[in-house]
Design a protein around this ligand. Sequence first.
Ligand SMILES: *[C@@H]1O[C@H](CO)[C@@H](O)[C@H](O)[C@H]1NC(C)=O
Ligand SMILES: *[C@@H]1O[C@H](CO)[C@@H](O)[C@H](O)[C@H]1NC(C)=O
Ligand SMILES: *[C@@H]1O[C@H](CO)[C@@H](O)[C@H](O)[C@H]1NC(C)=O
Ligand SMILES: *[C@@H]1O[C@H](CO)[C@@H](O)[C@H](O)[C@H]1NC(C)=O
Ligand SMILES: *[C@@H]1O[C@H](CO)[C@@H](O)[C@H](O)[C@H]1NC(C)=O
Ligand SMILES: *[C@@H]1O[C@H](CO)[C@@H](O)[C@H](O)[C@H]1NC(C)=O
Ligand SMILES: *[C@@H]1O[C@H](CO)[C@@H](O)[C@H](O)[C@H]1NC(C)=O
Length: 413
Amino acid sequence: MLFSYSLLLLASLVSSVTVPLHKNAGWVIRDGTELKLEGKRFTTGGANVYWLGLDENVIPPKGKPFYAPFNASYPTFGRITEVMNTLNTLGATVLRSQTIGVSVGNPLSIMPALGHYNEQAFDTIDWAVYEAGRHGIRIMAPLTDNYDYYHGGKFDFLRFRGFNLTYNSSGDQNPEVMQFYTNRTIINDFKAYIKHIILHRNKYNGLRYADDPTIFGYETGNELSGPIFGDKNVPISWTSEIAEFVKQLAPRKLVIDGTYGINETHLGIEAVDIYSDHFYPRDNIKLEDDISAVYAANKAYIIGEYAWNNYNYGNPLPATTPSLADFLSSIQTAVLSKRARCTGDLFWSLFGHDVPNCHQYVNHTDGFTLQYGNPLNMVENNTNIATIRQHLFKLQGRDVGNSLPSSQCPGPR
Ligand SMILES: *[C@@H]1O[C@H](CO)[C@@H](O)[C@H](O)[C@H]1NC(C)=O
Ligand SMILES: *[C@@H]1O[C@H](CO)[C@@H](O)[C@H](O)[C@H]1NC(C)=O
Ligand SMILES: *[C@@H]1O[C@H](CO)[C@@H](O)[C@H](O)[C@H]1NC(C)=O
Ligand SMILES: *[C@@H]1O[C@H](CO)[C@@H](O)[C@H](O)[C@H]1NC(C)=O
Ligand SMILES: *[C@@H]1O[C@H](CO)[C@@H](O)[C@H](O)[C@H]1NC(C)=O
Ligand SMILES: *[C@@H]1O[C@H](CO)[C@@H](O)[C@H](O)[C@H]1NC(C)=O
Ligand SMILES: *[C@@H]1O[C@H](CO)[C@@H](O)[C@H](O)[C@H]1NC(C)=O
């Protein structure tokens, strides 16, 4: 008893001394269809954690910054740290987060109004990037959003210049929305915003985002399209200009095409490294079509989002939907084949406790909320979570059982 206790104590002392402040020293590079880190294949398995910079799901205590029209507030640092612990427990190597790159149009954003910057909005982002670095997790971040959500997106850039287009969830409808991609004034506004973000220096690790290998890639946007939802109508000229601009500011970053789905006319864009698609619901045929097209172009492919549970926005899945295990097994085969045909996958989407409260989980209502370790989870939720965990470890060459080890909640800080 005493003996094992002192061994434990010794182990924890040793680990607290040897845990480096930054585990992501090397840069992820692309080699044809594969990503590599220090000569070895790098796989991109993990989760979407969209709320790291700014959240919409918690009403903060009085006195904390809060923008009521969008329920926007900064997540606590404890929530950010807990989710990094959970990503480690899940076997993730990558997270994707909208609010690490998209933050415009409300008073808590990085850019509340055109050309006006709010440095306070970087606190949570800096902390998230720093904590990801300490936990050995890499980040990919979209730079704008196709939609008009609380964190902002392309509609804000249009509004800033007097275009008042009404957001419509089945598509923007108005052809004027293309001005985001074609109007020189608006493109330059967007590039000025990108520059402000990428050249920002993190107050916790002293690195400019441009020089921090934790952020391995920027995505030109989230689910970008033209006037019709999913029309893939994003000009080649815009995608290449934005991708080249990111590389000019941060030559070692990878660039992901943020078009929703594979637009085959984009596959030749020199500055784009990675193409991606989202799966609502899961679809093995679309998966194989995407993979074949991107592989033929000798570029990398990632599943940027997929629906992890047995529902389609709360409704039953179409009968043709592959099970989670089948879908992940197809991906695994593609990732681990002799020459990678896919780099990995990120489920939508991960939440944890309402830290410093380590008893209640933060709820989100899109029907795809994964609350790791929630005692209220049903058996089928946990079965899927265990399948994801086994898959994520497998992508790193490790076999784990179907248990769900607990993940540390940090409490008050
Ligand atoms: C803000 O949160 C409250 C309480 O959960 C909810 O009733 C309200 O609809 C939310 N507002 C928005 C804009 O989401
Ligand atoms: C681009 O946007 C600016 C600012 O709203 C506007 O003045 C200009 O006419 C637009 N250009 C084109 C070609 O529509
Ligand atoms: C934009 O359009 C909406 C709906 O058409 C209208 O309610 C709003 O006042 C307009 N905003 C501006 C700044 O013109
Ligand atoms: C979106 O626009 C289309 C076409 O203009 C219209 O039919 C549809 O009702 C609109 N949807 C919403 C949610 O406003
Ligand atoms: C793909 O991109 C091209 C070039 O911008 C565009 O003309 C086309 O509409 C897009 N859509 C599809 C389905 O290829
Ligand atoms: C989330 O929902 C659960 C179940 O309704 C509830 O017990 C919990 O308190 C909610 N979380 C928060 C932070 O309100
Ligand atoms: C968890 O399982 C329950 C019951 O099957 C289901 O209603 C719920 O949507 C699931 N939650 C998630 C996030 O999958």
